[in-house]
Design a protein around this ligand. Structure first.
Ligand code: SF4
Length: 343
């Protein structure tokens, strides 16, 4: 399967998950693409949220809160206090904490004042505990024997670390491929999802992992060759590290969602279209007659042609032209899953 199809498959999985994940769910969810840690990036992330806390999270704005801001906001006091009395020792110089305090003040999510040369802070709102579960999905439209072999090692590492609550593989292949995946020793903890157009079926249920427990990082393992007598190396993964990483992933998912691809594409090109297919909206290039990838749909694309200026003026039915209309449409869809945020 080519890159075009993998990109399209990824959007299909995201759109299915936003609509139907999981069928019996009662919790709101956020979907994002290509998020993870420095060492591991997943194709699709599902963040299951506490409904009231998710709405409270909106008070902190649509942009993510990075770990430095979270360090301040999660400990900001209800009453005015000198910031060094109120916050735990950060383990890095206090001047960086002051920078974070000023950034939070600029975003109007923290109150500050100076008394006797001392910077005081007071919280506007308590930062809510809005993230309930994080589910990681690896998208493999062609889950053949070699894909399964290549992925097995990575999935074993995902299960051992236990950063996500569940790990899945989404495939477009048939049951025969599923059986092959089992034969190739995909860990039994990993769920398998069969995606067909608008629908998906869980053909192997995952086991819940334990993100609140210590995890194991597989640093190195023998390659299995006859002459390889080396031992596997492991390291311990601290639950606090996992808690911080999970929140960082969730905050990025909150900011980006999965429609952020349009931010780097060229919906202002006259050939850019959004196809309304059963699976959802997919970008389509009229000049290339395909679902173009984000990497080819750029200003440097040889076929790029800007929208004619008349499309952006009074004669065109979409305010600002179709490119601006596409951005607004995707942004409105994004906001639907983030209660409390305004357009
Ligand atoms: S011609 Fe190029 S820039 Fe225009 S929509 Fe197609 S891929 Fe994107």
């Amino acid at each position: 399967m080519d890159a075009d199809s993998e990109f399209v498959f990824e959007l299909q999985v995201c759109q299915w998950a936003e609509r139907d994940w999981p069928p019996e769910r009662a919790r709101p969810i956020l979907i994002a693409r290509q998020l993870g840690t420095k060492r591991r990036r997943w194709d699709t992330i599902v963040v299951e949220c506490d409904p009231d806390a998710l709405e409270t999270r909106a008070r902190f704005g649509r942009e993510r809160l990075d770990s430095d801001l979270l360090d301040v906001l999660r400990h900001a006091p209800e009453e005015w206090a000198w910031y060094r009395d109120a916050l735990p020792d950060p383990g890095y110089p206090w001047r960086y904490v002051r920078e974070s305090i000023h950034r939070a003040d600029d975003r109007e999510i923290l109150e500050t004042r100076t008394r006797g040369n001392r910077l005081q802070i007071r919280r506007r709102w308590a930062y809510p505990d809005w993230v309930e579960r994080i589910v990681a999905i690896e998208n493999k439209p062609d889950f053949d024997a070699s894909a399964a072999r290549a992925l097995t090692d990575q999935l074993q590492r995902d299960v051992a670390v236990g950063l996500a609550d569940e790990v899945w593989v989404a495939t477009a292949g048939g049951r025969e491929q599923f059986e092959r995946a089992l034969l190739e020793d995909v860990p039994v903890e990993v769920g398998i999802l069969l995606v067909e157009g608008r629908d998906a079926e869980a053909i192997w249920q995952p086991r819940s992992l334990s993100p609140e427990q210590p995890g194991t990082r597989i640093e190195q393992r023998p390659d299995g060759g006859e002459r390889d007598a080396s031992a596997a190396r492991f390291s311990y993964v601290d639950p606090d590290w996992k808690r911080e990483k999970r929140l960082a992933i969730a905050e990025r998912a909150y900011e980006r969602g999965f429609r952020s691809y349009v931010g780097t594409m060229r919906p202002d090109c006259r050939h850019f279209e959004l196809d309304d297919v059963p699976a959802g909206f997919l970008p389509h290039c009229d000049a290339k007659s395909c679902h173009q990838t984000a990497s080819e749909c750029r200003g440097g694309c040889p076929e790029y042609e800007p929208e004619p200026p008349t499309w952006r003026t009074g004669g065109w039915p979409i305010d600002g032209g179709p490119g601006a209309g596409v951005r607004r449409l995707l942004e409105r869809q994004r906001l639907r899953t983030r209660p409390g945020l305004e357009e």
